[in-house]
Every structure is written in C-alpha cells, then in structure tokens.
Design a protein around this ligand. Structure first.
Ligand SMILES: [Zn+2]
Length: 176
C-alpha cells in the first residue's frame, strides 16, 4: 500500500512510455511491478512536490496558523483561503496500524503480511498520515518483523522513489 489521499482525480497526462507509470482498467495508476501510485489533486499536489524533494510538509492556514490535513482550499477554523506549506520534523508515533493479508492486489499479496501504519505527527498530534513501516527507505514492504510493531512506537519519515518523479513518504522505527 502506498500513501493515498482519500479523494483523488485521475490524471490526464497521456503517458505512453512503458517506463512511466501505467493505469489499470479502473484508472488507478500503478508502477510497472504493480504497486499503486498516488494521484495528486490540485490541493494535494504540493504535498507530493515537496515529498519529491525529501521534505514532509503539511498545509497550514496563513492567517490563523492551524495545520490541516488532507489539504483543502479553506481553513476549517477561520475560513481563510490563504495557506502555506509548513515543513515538519518528520518525527511521530504509530497511532494505529494494520497488517494486511490476502486477498490483495498481486504485488501486495506477494509481500503480505506487511504494515500500513497511521502516524501521529510530533508537531500536530491531530494530523495523522498513512504510510508503510519499513526498515530502510527503499526496503521491501515486509521488511519490519511483526514483533517490532506496537502502538506508540516512535517513527521518523523516509522518502522512497516509487516511479519516475513520484516519491512517497514511508516510516522507519526510531529504535529498530
Ligand atoms: Zn485559519
């Protein structure tokens, strides 16, 4: 599982190079080896652009300063439309996790069970990001043994290039 925004729209990029991400019949882009790719929308595009630079940034209101996620045009606290992207430390804790088992998409089934975790950010405990827990930035999805995973464990962000121009945040245990 890659990090996915809950509400997405399909890209209209017309890519045909087989080395580029491809779409399946349901319109969901995947890597050549079958892993799902994020589909940024207009509000979320900066999140992925910063991730490609190795930065974890969260949208914040430019008027009242409240952080918000997922990205959206208007501040839910003061209704301002002014926003900025604030860099996070990349530290957090496991708030929850799942250990998926088949039936799964084939690329994921081959690696199951693995860990998809919900991370509570150190700077903003109410903001929680979904991602994979792995042993190093480019390690396999199942690289962390189940006995190492527990609620509350400290994690830090890492960045993994899944396809040309597409980088996803992943999470590493602070104390592997
Ligand atoms: Zn605000």
């Amino acid at each position: 599982m890659t990090f996915m925004k809950p509400s997405v729209t399909a890209p209209a990029d017309g890519r045909t190079d087989p080395a580029e991400p491809v779409e399946n019949s349901a319109g969901q882009p995947r890597t050549a080896d079958g892993f799902l790719l994020p589909v940024p929308d207009e509000d979320g595009a900066p999140f992925w652009a910063y991730a490609a630079r190795g930065e974890l940034r969260v949208q914040a209101c430019a008027d009242c300063g409240e952080l918000r996620f997922p990205p959206r045009p208007c501040c839910p606290h003061c209704q301002s439309f002014a926003s900025e992207w604030r860099r996070m430390s990349g530290r957090g804790r496991i708030w929850s996790y799942v250990r998926p088992h088949p039936p799964l998409l084939p690329a994921y089934a081959a690696l199951a069970p693995y860990h998809a975790i919900v991370v509570e950010l150190a700077e903003a405990p109410r903001i929680r990001l979904v991602g994979n827990l792995v042993s190093s930035p480019d390690a396999a999805l199942n690289s962390v043994p189940p006995e190492r995973v527990r609620i509350g464990a400290a994690v830090k962000v890492a960045f993994h290039a899944v396809a040309d121009g597409v980088t996803v945040p992943r999470w590493l245990l602070e104390r592997p």
